[in-house]
Write a protein that binds this ligand. Structure first.
Ligand code: FAD
Length: 321
């Protein structure tokens, strides 16, 4: 018995959410009194693979295969499930990232495993029961689910578990899996980053704005504040629908779900569909000129005021800090 963690990389580099997931998986392995094995797919440097040991992975399986260079949902799920079978892992952990959300149910089917996606806390093992707290209804609520199957898949919400470093390096081992043609019906040929800005799903701080900003010409203030805070920029759906901002910035039920340490919402009403993607943020700051805006109900801090007056003052204050 062991725990297998899928260590996701972006362009060959592990992300912070991967280290969180490895630390989380290590804690599960410790709870179960077993060891932790990591699996990496794609071209990651040997030193980076071994460095996963710092977060608790005793062994790191390296699957380096040209066909698997870019993420392919079905094929990656097959590789991870085969590794779990080969290594006798009955718990598979991964990050509930964009790719993790696609992988978790597929791995679950292949391993006949119960799936807890969007986990936000360590499982509780009590009297033979294995329960996991997770987000439900697009982040609007939490549910505690019991996984009764022998095999289990848990996808951890980014930014909900701390990165914990221990000292040892992991032992890297090449792992080969026969891939099936049927797993490659749709493939990503190339990934080109369109920006050097902070990636929205991984951002620790997000500065987000809505229709209250009136038009795309006013986003300079949002970008300046985000730049000063090292934050990613985001927006409400109508803003991206109108073409004021790219669709990749749209957060909410039909967009990206974020869970940063700080979410600053400027001129966004706080419709339930928007909150669905941001409500697991640790601290929410709302700036809105309407004191009755629904967003204030979920805000930790609120500023009732005109964004065109508040934002320049906020930018000056951050610059002076
Ligand atoms: P508005 O509702 O127009 O609100 C603008 C806010 O700005 C107001 O609160 C106003 O008081 C404030 N304001 C105006 N001027 C200023 C100023 N000068 N200074 C400060 N504040 C000011 N929306 C999403 O965001 N994400 C989704 O994923 C999403 N999915 C949806 C899915 C479905 C099926 C449906 C039906 C809707 C979805 N929506 C989604 C749309 C959602 O219901 C809201 O319409 C949308 O979030 C509103 O965007 P907004 O807050 O930017 O605009």
């Amino acid at each position: 018995m062991s725990v297998l963690i899928y260590a996701e990389n972006a362009a060959g580099k592990f992300k912070k959410s991967t280290f969180e997931a490895v630390s989380y998986a290590k804690a599960i392995a410790d709870q179960a009194g077993t060891n932790l094995i990591a699996i990496s797919i794609g071209n990651v440097a040997a030193d980076d693979l071994a460095a996963l040991g710092k977060y608790g992975a005793e062994k790191v399986l390296n699957v380096s295969n040209d066909k698997l260079k870019n993420f392919v949902n079905q094929a990656y799920a097959s590789v991870i499930a085969e590794a779990a079978k080969a290594k006798g892992a009955d718990i598979v952990v991964l990050s509930n990232s964009f790719s993790g959300r696609g992988l978790a149910p597929r791995i679950g089917v292949k391993l006949h495993a119960g799936v807890a996606d969007g986990a936000v806390a360590l499982p509780v093992l009590d009297g033979g029961k294995f329960t996991v707290k997770k987000t439900a209804f697009s982040g609007k609520a939490f549910a505690t689910v019991e996984l009764t199957s022998a095999n289990k898949v848990i996808a951890l919400t980014p930014n909900s578990y701390k990165v914990v470093e221990s000292s040892a390096a992991g032992q890297v081992e090449d792992f080969t899996v026969e891939t099936k043609e049927s797993d490659f019906k749709a493939m990503i040929k190339d990934i080109v980053r369109s920006t050097d800005k902070v990636s929205l799903p991984d951002a620790e701080i997000v500065v987000s704005a809505g229709r209250g900003l009136k038009g795309p010409e006013n986003w300079g203030m949002v970008e300046e504040l985000a730049g000063l805070l090292g934050a990613a920029t985001a927006c409400s759906k109508p803003v991206s629908d109108a073409g004021w901002r790219p669709h990749s910035e749209h957060v909410g039920q039909t967009g990206i779900a974020v869970s940063p340490n700080l979410y600053i919402a400027i001129g966004i009403s706080g419709a339930i569909q928007h909150l669905a993607g941001v409500s697991s943020s640790k601290v929410i700051v709302v700036i809105n000129k309407d004191a009755e805006a629904p967003f204030f109900k979920v805000a930790d801090y609120g500023i009732v005021g005109d964004a065109f007056e508040v934002l320049p003052k906020l930018i000056d204050a951050v610059k002076a800090y």
